[in-house]
Design a protein around this ligand. Structure first.
Ligand SMILES: NC(=O)c1ccc[n+]([C@@H]2O[C@H](COP(=O)([O-])OP(=O)(O)OC[C@H]3O[C@@H](n4cnc5c(N)ncnc54)[C@H](OP(=O)(O)O)[C@@H]3O)[C@@H](O)[C@H]2O)c1
Length: 212
């Protein structure tokens, strides 16, 4: 697939390296530093493209949003019209000091993003922590990390699921986009456990279930 990534930081590069390995074509965008953007793209895949969010959008079958929540309005406006496009959001609406979430439980970052991208097929799939994506081993204590996808378009959700599975994660369909209201706070809990409670960044959730 052609994957246009808005953002070129820890999550963008952490996911991108798996997608490059699986033969997807990548286009990175939206760093404030042109040299850093080029370096990030090259570090993932020497053949990865880079440029503006609008170029990434024009290039892509799937647009991945991997920027901090407070940069989302600017990033989406730079991306242009997303009507009919698949927008895969990795964005948790965390406050920059990790003290909490900008929005929660009566709406979600994902739903607010959908309002800013009319007509886009928005799927939220908050990935495992960047520390897990960038380390040599994806499993933690021998177990695959579980992540959740939320979205209203089942075909779009299947595509995002496949992309996350390629990143060696276990993916559970949480349901419609509104379920992101509960996934996002759970990831806030994980951030707190990792960085305030001393567990460190190689942590993740495991969803336990009877075999189906
Ligand atoms: N890190 C994780 O473990 C993790 C896990 C799950 C979800 N997420 C979510 O994924 C998203 C990206 O996280 P990340 O860890 O990849 O962040 P990051 O490493 O800080 O990367 C952010 C990217 O956005 C770009 N950017 C452009 N304008 C910006 C602005 N005004 N302020 C900040 N950044 C700007 C940055 O470019 P520059 O080169 O200019 O900095 C960079 O390429 C966030 O919404 C986060 O909640 C992260």
């Amino acid at each position: 697939m052609k994957i246009g990534i808005i953002g070129a930081g820890n999550i963008a590069t952490g996911l991108g390296k798996f997608w490059a390995k699986h033969g997807h074509e990548l286009f990175f965008s939206y760093s404030r530093d042109a040299e850093k953007l080029k370096k990030a793209a090259n570090s993932v895949d020497p053949s990865a493209r880079f440029g503006t969010p609008a170029e990434a959008t024009a290039f892509a079958d799937v647009i991945v949003l991997a920027v901090p929540y407070n940069a989302v309005p600017d990033a989406l406006s730079a991306a242009g019209v997303l009507n009919g496009k698949l927008l895969f959001s990795c964005v948790n609406p965390l406050k920059p000091d990790y003290s909490g979430l900008f929005v929660g439980t009566n709406t979600s970052g994902a739903e607010e993003i959908a309002k800013l991208a009319p007509g886009a097929k928005v799927v939220e799939g908050l990935p495992a922590f960047a520390e897990v994506l960038h380390s040599d081993v994806r499993q933690i204590a021998g177990q695959q990390v579980t992540v959740f996808v939320s979205g209203d378009d089942s075909e779009a959700k299947q595509i995002v699921t496949r992309l996350l599975v390629e990143c060696e994660l276990e993916v559970i369909d949480a349901g419609p986009l509104w379920t992101a209201r509960y996934v996002e706070p759970s990831m806030m809990l994980l951030v707190n456990l990792a960085y305030s409670q001393g567990f460190g960044g190689r942590v993740g959730f495991k969803f336990l279930k009877e075999k189906t």
